[in-house]
Design a protein around this ligand. Structure first.
Ligand SMILES: [Fe+2]
Length: 200
């Protein structure tokens, strides 16, 4: 099934808006940010926007199977014949491979392709610089919020801490080409401030 951005947005809304209103706020901001980043991505712009809108659908109760939302979301998308790249971008979003390892689900996640690309980096960037309420934040602020919400020993913050090197690399990989493409997003302001302060 070929996904358009409108179809992806509609499916995410159907699955999340009523049941998961706070996550739906987050997803709307992530999806909108990915759409703004389209000029950075050339022919992958629509694919990445679709992945951003759909990245958290695995939290929806009717999709839950393993309880690991990147995998459950990707498997659902595969079941409705979404393309391999879209399934892979959802399966591996924001360092999911680290959490899969901690949960003993690495083999299951490897059902999907993990592309190393600017497309993947943009999905990670949009997710990891958007708060649960949908506000632009730095990755450090996002990580801090996740630790406070789950507690340091929980699998989620442990996995994201383990993935933090890859996530920071993805954030940095997106900023330059996006600014060069003339994309304007408050995330670049907060990330540049973060880069400046962390280098001192
Ligand atoms: Fe997310």
């Amino acid at each position: 099934m070929a996904f358009t951005v409108g179809r992806a947005r509609g499916l995410a809304e159907l699955l999340m808006a009523d049941e998961l209103p706070r996550r739906w706020c987050h997803v709307q901001s992530v999806g909108a940010a990915a759409e703004r980043l389209g000029p950075t991505l050339g022919s992958d712009a629509e694919l990445v926007a679709c992945a951003a809108w759909l990245h958290d659908i695995g939290y929806a109760r009717q999709l839950q199977d393993t309880g690991f939302h990147p995998l459950d979301g990707a498997r659902y998308l595969r079941s409705i014949s979404a393309g391999d790249r879209l399934c892979g971008l959802v399966a591996y979003h924001s360092g999911a491979m680290y959490e899969a390892e901690l949960r003993g689900l690495r083999d299951e996640l490897s059902e999907f392709p993990d592309e190393r690309s600017l497309a993947r980096d943009v999905v990670w960037f949009c997710d990891m610089t958007t708060s649960p309420a949908g506000d632009p934040v730095t990755f450090d602020e996002r990580l801090g919020e996740i630790r406070r919400r789950y507690g340091d020993e929980h699998t989620v913050p442990r996995a994201i801490a383990a993935a933090s090197g890859q996530i920071r690399a993805a954030v940095e990989a997106v900023c330059s080409p996006a600014l060069a493409a003339g994309v304007n997003d408050p995330r670049f302001t907060v990330e540049r401030l973060w880069s400046h302060s962390s280098s001192r």
